[in-house]
Write a protein that binds this ligand. Sequence first.
Ligand code: SF4
Length: 306
Amino acid sequence: MTALVGESGSGKTTVARMLAKIINPDGGEVLLDGKPVPHGRPRSYARQVQMVFQDPFASLNPIHRISYDLVRPLRIHGLGGDDVNETVEELLRRVALEPPRQFTRKFPHELSGGQRQRVAIARALSVRPRVLLADEPVSMLDVSIRLGILNLLADLRDRDRLAILYVTHDIASARYLADTIVVMYAGQVVETAPSARLTDHPAHPYTQLLLSAAPDPDRVEPPSLAGSGAPPSLITPPSGCRFHPRCPHAMAICSTTAPPSVTVDPGHASNCWLHVDESLRVPDNPEVVAAKAGSTSLRPPAAPPR
Ligand code: SF4
């Protein structure tokens, strides 16, 4: 499971919607099994890649009973077998809505937020996907029921070998749930690493800011935030490193030239000039240009950066 983490407006949901092919990218391609997915939203792709939305109430049709929401995708994709009702009940059992017959005849407004989100997950599972895109699946739920949904996702990952993209602004839950964390800022990926590594040794100043702002029950003093200000407009993003107006470590080059991705540890990459040797921190340096083009990978200097 991979978590895509960032504050509101960082572009996480846009990435998830693009992967679900609800919107098409202006540039680049979406690949499945290494092959480009044709334009539009082919039915075979929609079956393999399903999305769970943030607001479970808005994602279920209020005028239909729960059984309708689960039977419809089965019919569209020619699934469900001889006994579609049994398939629906099995789906409800998989998301721990038991006994299932208590739920099939209900309308969405008769369920709690957590139950509605479980139905939305059951609907996504109905077409037997390989990938689940979960866009902030717990952010609109009461705190007391969030853990149940997160554990359900973990169970689906472990038991059904489902690949899950967990989109969240909550880096603490990302660490709890995901194997890998990808941090986004202003529409760009700024850091990627295994979850424990990223939260224990954050390399990018923005990740450090996110972690310093995360609630910590052991912290007595208010957090001292390493950075201030609000996320920038994505229509006119800052030049160079998009985080430079908020970054406490910003240097002259940060405002003019976007940093390359630097491998700070095996499996751990961060896009920040702090990890680049001082002698290379100049615009158009061939090594840096090659690293940005992806033909080489930069490693940080042996000595700790400035
Ligand atoms: S590249 Fe510069 S502005 Fe951007 S995070 Fe690194 S030090 Fe800060």
